[in-house]
Ligand binder design. Structure first.
Ligand code: PRP
Ligand code: URA
Length: 203
């Protein structure tokens, strides 16, 4: 299912509605997959017929969607994790230098026990991901409490983040091997934000 949804996203003939629908479904699968990596605790409950043991998530969750593109993933994640807090981080890659500029930051109180989940569908050079993690670490969040969720990452971007932050878990659908001269992922899917928000012709 993940691969067939990714195929829809990759296809340059996929239109806006289909792109949005495939993203929504893929985000639900990624949200479910993310839950496998979160700490659980055993609890005792009473069913109408007797006692049993069950599980619940141990820690509170904070999502950090990197604007804009990760806004596409957020609704699905909030469907699974209804009590999660959300902190927003606006980063925009400079088209020439590819260095990400911060244009917005609005974080909730994040406690040291919270599981912090960064959402960004694309890891290309890894610059935006690296910047987001650096900002969280400055806020005293421990690497081991951070999970990064992406759709496509490049080998280069993945290496950059893993080499610098070895304790961060990165969940992704697909790793692609190349970046082109504009530092876009190849074969990738193009500009995720522009395809999802319908702004492809604004450039
Ligand atoms: C895209 C994408 C990532 C970043 C990845 O965002 O959503 O945030 O580029 O590239 P990198 O790994 O080389 O930093 P973009 O800056 O285009 O902003 P947008 O989400 O507003 O489209
Ligand atoms: N951002 C995207 O949306 N796609 C890429 O391939 C690289 C950066």
């Amino acid at each position: 299912m993940k691969q067939s949804l990714l195929t829809i996203l990759r296809n340059k003939n996929t239109g806006l509605i289909e792109f949005r629908n495939a993203t929504k479904k893929l985000a639900l699968i990624l949200a479910q997959e993310t839950s496998n990596h979160l700490e659980k605790q055993e609890i005792e409950i009473i069913t109408p017929e007797g006692k049993t043991k069950g599980v619940e998530l141990k820690n509170d969750i904070v999502f950090i969607p990197i604007l804009r593109a990760a806004l596409s993933l957020l609704p699905a994640f909030l469907k699974f994790f209804e009590k999660a807090k959300v902190g927003f981080l606006g980063l925009k890659r400079d088209e020439k230098t590819t260095i990400p500029e911060i244009y917005y930051k609005n974080f909730p109180q994040i406690s040291t026990s919270d599981d912090v989940i960064i959402l960004d569908p694309m890891i290309a050079t890894g610059g935006s991901g690296e910047k987001a993690i650096e900002i969280l670490i400055k806020e005293r969040i421990k690497e081991e409490k951070i999970i990064f969720v992406a759709v496509i990452c490049s080998q280069e971007g993945l290496n950059r983040i893993k080499n610098k932050f070895s304790k961060i878990k990165i969940i992704y659908v697909q790793k692609d091997l190349e970046l082109n001269k504009n530092k876009f992922i190849v074969p990738g899917l193009g500009d995720f934000g522009d395809r999802y928000f319908g702004t492809l012709n604004h450039k």
